[in-house]
Design a protein around this ligand. Structure first.
Ligand SMILES: Cc1cc2nc3c(=O)[nH]c(=O)nc-3n(C[C@H](O)[C@H](O)[C@H](O)COP(=O)(O)O)c2cc1C
Length: 202
């Protein structure tokens, strides 16, 4: 069932969802470049752009070992993706000649991944974030320097049909919903809904 927003939004926001059925077809480099270009323009604290990405496609030697580091349940469906992208973020930043912790490295990498996912969708490719994977082993496999956090893996591909998906995932293969804004946006203090009918936010 298509998602129906409570308030008007650009359709790209409700049309993006995370399928598990992928066709496995090869992804053009132009699609990857556009999606990464969108990620590139994400905002970040002091414009330090802490995000980095490592891409693997099925023909590369990295594919099988990386797939093997996903939680087995994730690896089952992600094997038919067209690309796996590991998202990293630099935990440190240089400020006034001193290297200090960057408190927003994950927040900023999240903004970049959102840009990536929405641009990919515009081009007809779906993405699915994956947190269930072995971060330490991924760090070793990719020779990620210590100062970078291993944030997530993203599976990217063309959405397939149910016939291309293991039956154990069929029940969940549909866009989900969201809690209402009244439980998410507050005014004055935490927990006080900003937008219920009784309140005037002006
Ligand atoms: C950081 C992150 C980690 C996730 N980890 C997993 C995962 O390990 N396995 C999985 O099947 N889905 C995973 N997801 C997908 C979420 O469950 C999904 O985005 C969420 O339910 C919202 O659904 P939607 O993306 O279809 O709108 C992850 C998503 C994100 C952003």
């Amino acid at each position: 069932m298509p998602r129906s927003p409570d308030h008007p939004v650009d359709p790209v926001f409700t049309q993006r969802w995370s399928p598990r059925s992928f066709t496995g077809e090869a992804i053009p480099e132009s699609v990857l470049l556009s999606a990464f270009e969108a990620a590139r323009w994400a905002p970040s604290a002091s414009n330090v752009q802490p995000w980095r990405f490592v891409v693997a496609t099925p023909l590369q030697p990295l594919w099988e070992p990386l797939l093997g580091l996903l939680a087995p349940r994730n690896a089952k469906w992600a094997a038919k993706a067209s690309a796996l992208i590991v998202i990293l973020s630099d935990r440190f930043v240089e400020r006034r000649g001193e290297v200090v912790e960057n408190g927003s490295h994950s927040f900023d990498a999240g903004a970049a991944w959102s840009n990536f996912a929405h641009q990919a969708l515009r081009l007809g490719w779906h993405s699915h974030g994956i947190g269930g994977f072995d971060r330490a082993a991924t760090r070793d496999l990719l020779a990620v320097p210590d100062e970078f956090a291993v944030e997530a893996v993203v599976a990217l591909g063309r959405k397939g049909g149910l016939d291309q998906l293991d039956p154990e995932f069929h029940a969940a293969e549909a866009p989900n919903s969201r809690r209402p804004l009244a439980e998410t946006v507050f005014v004055g203090r935490f927990g006080e809904p900003a937008f219920d009918a009784e309140k005037d936010v002006a």
